[in-house]
Design a protein around this ligand. Structure first.
Ligand code: PLP
Length: 425
């Protein structure tokens, strides 16, 4: 069985029998509920393909589910291939291993003496790494349909839903369009005009969410939750609502680990910009798996980066000092709650008021000897400017915010790695 387990309450979900998205016990207590893959593949092989969803298929639970349900390897290749063709029509190209290179000019600009590896996700599907998360979810849905598994009963009659007005929404709209699956996007009234226009072009149904009198919390998220309660499929990247979304993002870590293995260099530290936490959580899990499967002799320190305007993960990390993570998972509200003030930053894509998947990130930081770092706006701006000046990568300030962390914490290591994501629009 391909099983998922809640890292907070231990609930188990058979991914063929029920949707492995939100923990069945998620509502009404102080446990941190997120579903994670329970039984990882033993010694998974790496293919020779350049599409990460083919190359690392043996590492992915939807692939294992397909095989267990009796579908041949070629059926997976067909599912990935059909989506790849459709992505090419919708977005110009499908998923390919993205480039990573040492950027000496960028390193020199900050007086860094060792290698500075930049993984470039700006050319990925829909312009950021976000589509990786949602491709993982879509492949799971397609496997359920194709293998006629009970978790997939009537699934086509249910719409997809996401609360986002940035890279995640664009990624969801591209993947949903490629799969010809209707999508509802819940966005705030001040969402960017160009994002709205592109979402409409991609056929997404937009709902503008005004704050209702007396209501607390993000209105877009509240409307999204209502849609899901009414039957929509959570197609966002928040681990609490869809643990399986983290999995597709792990392909990014596999690609990096394979390249580090090939060149024989493991950076001392990996700096990652954190909003809702899916990216850092996927990297932490993916690198741990790569290490367990012999690709990495050691883990780079995972250093997570937030801006001074909104740093709920850094706040949680301080409170976790000396506390056992298993205990912390049972008392979520002591560590994670919505940021109280309305933040602003040049890196506006990482201003999520909660780091939904904080627990798995904390586990990754502990396992690797990492930490959090909080950057100021001057460092965010300097990283953005340097990225544009000293590389040919056109990344947004959100997408270069990991580098701002390296500026703020030069003592973290000689060789470092960052991810540039989110093409500047
Ligand atoms: C370009 C870019 N990088 C990083 C992040 C952070 O990802 P997460 O929200 O999964 O922490 C985002 C989130 O919107 C993003 O758009």
């Amino acid at each position: 069985m391909v099983g998922f387990r809640c890292h907070g309450c231990g609930a188990q979900v058979d991914a063929g029998l029920a949707l492995a998205f939100r923990c069945p016990n998620a509502d009404g207590n102080d446990v941190d509920h997120v579903l994670v893959v329970d039984n990882e593949a033993p010694s998974p092989s790496i293919g020779s393909e350049t599409d990460p969803f083919l190359r690392y298929r043996a590492w992915l639970s939807p692939y294992r589910l397909a095989r267990e349900a009796g579908l041949p390897d070629t059926a997976w290749a067909d599912l990935v291939g059909q989506l790849d063709n459709a992505l090419t029509t919708v977005d110009g190209h499908g998923f390919r291993v993205t480039p990573m290179a040492d950027r000496p000019a960028l390193a020199e600009a900050f007086g860094l003496s060792g290698a500075l590896f930049v993984k470039d996700e700006t050319g990925n599907v829909s312009g950021s790494h976000k589509a990786r998360h949602l491709m993982g979810v879509m492949l799971y849905l397609r496997v359920l349909e194709t293998a006629r598994l009970p978790a997939g009963d009537n699934i086509r009659s249910r719409r997809l839903a996401i609360a986002s007005c940035g890279n995640a929404a664009l990624a969801a709209a591209v993947v949903a369009r490629a799969a010809n699956w209707p999508l509802d996007v819940f966005i705030p009234p001040d969402a960017d005009m160009s994002v709205k226009a592109r979402l409409r072009e991609l056929g997404a149904q937009i709902t503008i969410c005004d704050r209702r009198p007396g209501e607390t919390g993000d209105p877009c998220y509240l409307r999204f939750r209502e849609a899901v309660a009414a039957g929509a499929i959570p197609f966002g990247v928040q681990g609490t609502d869809n643990g399986l979304a983290i999995e597709g993002g792990r392909t990014l870590a596999f690609e990096m680990a394979e390249e580090f293995h090939r060149i024989g260099t493991i950076p001392d530290a990996l700096f990652v910009q954190v909003g809702g936490g899916a990216l850092a959580s996927a990297l932490a899990q993916g690198l741990a798996l790569a290490r367990a499967n012999g690709l990495l002799p050691k883990l780079p320190k995972l250093i997570t980066v937030q801006t001074a305007g909104c740093a709920p993960l850094a706040r949680a990390w301080e409170r976790l000092d000396g506390i056992d993570l298993a205990t912390a998972a049972k008392t979520r509200s002591k560590f994670m709650w919505p940021w109280e003030t309305t933040p602003s930053s040049l890196a506006h894509g990482i201003l999520d008021d909660e780091t939904y998947d904080w627990w798995a990130i904390a586990e990754g930081m502990r396992a690797s000897g990492g930490s959090t770092v909080v950057v100021d706006e001057a460092q965010v701006a300097a990283a953005h400017r340097a990225g544009r000046t000293h590389t040919d990568i056109v990344a947004s300030a959100t997408g270069t915010a990991g580098l701002a962390g390296a500026i703020a914490k030069p003592e973290a290591g000689k060789q470092i790695a960052v991810i540039f994501s989110g093409v500047e629009r």
